[in-house]
Design a protein. Sequence first.
Length: 240
Amino acid sequence: MLTFLVRRLAQIIPTLIFVSILIFSLQLASMAIVIAFLIGIPAGIISAVKRGTAWDYAANLFALWGISTPNFWLGIMLIFVFSIQLGWLPASGYVPLAEDWRASLAATIMPAFVLGNAIAAILMRHTRSAMLQVLGSDYIRTARAKGISERQVILRHALRNALTPVITLGALELGTLLSGAVLTEQIFSIPGFGKLIVDAVFNRDYAVVQGVVLVTATVYIMLNLIADLAYVLVNPRLRS
């Protein structure tokens, strides 16, 4: 009986560890993509609406900075400023969300910002391009001719039609974050899918590699399904 319990425990523990790593990776990736959307989409809208002004140049400069900045350098700088100099946030480690949500968010905000920074720059460029294309459409000129306020024209008419490629990009980037954050996870000493699969490859643990690949592929499929559903919500013309 004792031998049976030990064997069952040996089978359950790796599964629980795998699930906990998946939960943390989803938390980190979700926070990173939210930060990217909150920064990238408004910056892209402002850049398109204020085309050729100082706002446009500043937004493009931000995009260039976000794409060019290495994640490991930005992570080290954030640790130096907010952990060592100011002492506001923990430098490394991870606290489960169910155990202490405040400590969990404090430990996750810096790596999430590091990951979301580069994605925000990419989203900004795509949002700007899509908005410029939509703002030159005939129905936008018609909406302005009807006397609709500029804010409603931009947010209700232009933005909703420009979000389709942005949603696609966001879904793909969210899937990439689940397994592509190896450097960031190493810098902040956090257990994630990226670190898990790298360790599994070095240790030749093929079962773990297969599990990570299977889960990542499933998440990609689910994200593409969610993106297809989001198209219908933001663009009513696609419902027919």
